[in-house]
Design a protein around this ligand. Structure first.
Ligand SMILES: Nc1ncnc2c1ncn2[C@@H]1O[C@H](COP(=O)(O)OP(=O)(O)OP(=O)(O)O)[C@@H](O)[C@H]1O
Ligand SMILES: [Mg+2]
Length: 268
């Protein structure tokens, strides 16, 4: 009979979604080198909601870009959903990224000459989905983000809040388990920002998406359940607070949090 007390056996263990082991990223420019991420060891399970805060230049975006497979570590290991990605080719990384990771940027990063619908469709095209399936998914995503009447608008013809909702739709169209957001409300007015936060949080709460949000906004950071602080490229603190309802305390309210009933970003 097999022993049931093997201490190395972890029967319940699903691997962490994100598993960084002593990851360092050094940028070399001219003769200078910048240690943007230093010895990051971090494990994040499926469904967690983490904020990443820290001073400007401390390495938050560099860390997020590594997690997003947009960049490679100089040293250290990264296991994404149990798979060591360090040795993958660029094409393999792109394929893993397409299926696994959605990324939302402060400045939206939409393609200017494509319409909202075409921007959202891009990951489906890359994944080779059939036209009817692409059309169905894009239509559903536009409706879910109250953008149906903006489908044929180009980014320049959308408000900031609408642009960010297009970016979220594009990030989530492949239904990835991981959503990374780098200052997603940084370019938005408070009402549009609150609406974007509501959408990100509902994806975490209702679909179990793992959510990592870089922010300079303490009120937004405090809404997460786990809080990472980055200082000089290092993870300086990593603390957990009870999720919404865990200690009976409501999450801190954002300025325009009550705008639940507001329709798509009314400005501009
Ligand atoms: N591609 C690059 N080449 C050289 N140095 C870089 C590069 N990207 C970032 N850095 C440097 O790495 C350090 C960390 O930058 P990073 O963008 O990760 O900071 P951040 O915490 O996101 O800052 P902010 O809050 O201002 O967005 C900075 O000193 C920056 O100048
Ligand atoms: Mg940054």
């Amino acid at each position: 009979m097999a022993s049931t007390s093997d201490p190395s056996a972890t029967p319940e263990a699903e691997p962490p979604l994100i598993d960084l082991r002593d990851v360092t990223r050094v940028f070399t420019l001219g003769g200078d080198s910048v240690r943007a991420v230093v010895g990051a060891t971090l494990s994040i399970r499926r469904g967690e909601y983490c904020s990443v805060m820290g001073p400007s230049g401390s390495g938050k975006s560099s860390l997020l870009n590594l997690i997003a497979l947009l960049d490679r570590p100089t040293s250290g290991r990264y296991l994404l959903d149990g798979r060591d990605i360090t040795a993958l080719s660029d094409d393999e990384l792109a394929a893993v990224r397409n299926r696994t990771i959605g990324f939302v940027f402060q400045s939206f990063h939409l393609i200017p000459r494509l319409t909202a619908a075409q921007n959202i469709e891009l990951p489906l095209l890359l994944a080779g989905l059939a036209p009817r399936e692409r059309e169905r998914r894009v239509r559903d995503a536009l409706a879910a983000l109250t953008l149906s009447d903006r489908a044929t608008h180009r980014p320049a013809e959308l408000s900031g809040g609408q642009r960010q909702r297009v970016a979220i739709a594009r990030a989530m169209i492949m239904k990835p388990p991981l959503l990374l957001a780098d200052e997603p409300t940084g370019n938005l007015d408070s009402a549009s920002g609150a609406q974007v936060v509501d959408i990100l949080e509902s994806l975490q709460r209702e679909r179990g998406v793992t959510l990592l949000v870089v922010t300079h906004d303490a009120a937004l950071g405090a809404r997460a359940h786990r809080h990472l602080t980055i200082v000089d490229g290092r993870i300086a603190s990593d603390s957990v607070t009870a999720p919404d309802g865990g200690d009976g305390a409501p999450p801190p309210r954002l300025a325009a949090d009550a705008a639940d009933t507001a329709t798509a970003a009314p400005r501009s």
